[in-house]
Write a protein that binds this ligand. Structure first.
Ligand SMILES: [Zn+2]
Length: 376
């Protein structure tokens, strides 16, 4: 290698001060790479630094000067050594990088845009397509738990309609939440039905017990929607979903089912979000694309996700669903399917009088299987 070639490999510092500055830059970049961007502040040090960065004779040469050429050589050498050390450190233990990247996304994601995205792609839905109704306790639940519904829309070309059971308890926000909900459903491709202007009020077990007239009127609203759409599938929260409106919605839908004629049959798919279900029997894999679209639609609920960034924690929740589903749906100690993201449900048949088993044990629905098969 000629002199000029080797000189080109590292810029020749013009002065000792430049050499020191460059050495510091190299060190900072390497440290940032090792410890995660944004975590290293100037002057900060760690208990266990990369050995190459602390190579004393090289650092001494850089920081005590010497001629420019030898300083440049030292910088080049230290960068190479640091790079090697970095690689072997990553090869040996990738977990700091792994966690740092999660942390970085969780932090940076808070500055990403909310709402205003183009509509997600959707298929042509035949006029006589089966209907799936989602009974959402709040605006935003429809996409948080809507993975199966989205798959029915996209893969089975079903007509998915969200029923906005409430529009939240805060009267000042009810109109705004309705607008956000319209934009969200338009983005993801779900139809939307309002229960009553402003949404139903006091949807909770206390109302069921203490205000039977108000409760009966709300049950009638839900029963009328069921009778009108005659859904093949309904999605609604399970009875221990912690939040009082979620639990209230469960009982409201159940009371509405009981109020309908005995020939009204459907498949009941219970959902979970605030409280984990004790006995889910269905794990639905959610593809990266579907999850990204659900999250995109969720961001239209600007007021909600600014308060609590559900959209950013959704992937982690869906990964944890795979962990739980592997045991609860697959059977304790069973083989965990190779899913990355999933939503857990409990699927049962409503035979006009009661909920009954649709199948023995649990089922996993991978991305390759058409979800319509669950309801054949
Ligand atoms: Zn909710």
């Amino acid at each position: 290698m000629s002199r000029s070639q080797s000189a080109r490999s590292v810029a020749q510092p013009a002065s000792a001060a430049d050499a020191v500055a460059e050495a510091r830059n190299v060190r900072r970049e390497v440290m940032a790479e090792v410890f995660g961007a944004g975590e290293m502040r100037q002057g900060e040090s760690r208990a266990e630094p990369v050995p190459a960065i602390c190579n004393r004779s090289l650092m001494r040469e850089i920081f005590t000067g010497g001629d420019c050429k030898s300083t440049a050589r030292a910088i080049s050498e230290i960068a190479t050594l640091a790079g090697r050390a970095l690689k072997s450190r990553h090869d040996m233990n990738p977990y700091l990088h792994f966690v740092s990247e999660y942390a970085r996304f969780a932090k940076e994601g808070k500055a990403w845009p909310l709402g205003g995205f183009p509509r997600c792609p959707r298929p042509e839905v035949p006029a006589d397509a089966p209907v799936a109704l989602i009974f959402s306790p709040h605006p935003d639940d429809e996409v948080i738990i809507g993975g199966l519904a989205l798959r029915l829309l996209r893969e089975a070309k079903w007509n998915v309609i969200n029923v906005a059971v409430t529009q939240g308890s805060n009267k000042v926000r009810q109109a705004g939440r309705w607008e956000e909900l319209q934009a969200c459903c338009d983005c993801i491709g779900f139809g939307l039905v309002q229960t009553v202007p402003g949404g139903l009020e006091k949807v909770n077990v206390a109302t069921q017990e203490k205000d039977p007239a108000h409760w009966a009127a709300s049950v009638k609203v839900i029963a009328d929607i069921l009778a009108k759409h005659r859904p093949k599938v309904i999605l609604f929260p399970h009875d221990s979903d912690w939040n009082s409106s979620h639990i209230g919605t469960h009982h409201l839908v159940m009371d509405a089912l009981h109020s309908l004629p005995a020939d009204f049959c459907t498949t009941a798919v219970e959902t979970e979000f605030w409280g984990a279900m004790a006995s889910p029997n269905l794990m639905v894999e959610i593809s990266t694309h579907d999850l990204a679209d659900l999250i995109t639609a969720l961001t239209f609920h600007v007021g909600e996700v600014q308060r609590n960034p559900y959209h950013l924690t959704c992937p982690a929740w869906m990964m944890d669903n795979v962990r739980r589903g592997g045991e609860l749906v697959g059977g304790q100690g069973g083989a965990v399917p190779d899913f990355t993201f999933a939503t857990l449900y409990r699927l049962r048949r409503w035979n006009g009088r009661e909920l009954g088993k649709a199948f023995e044990g649990g089922k996993n629905l991978p991305c390759e299987a058409n979800p319509a098969g669950l309801f054949a």
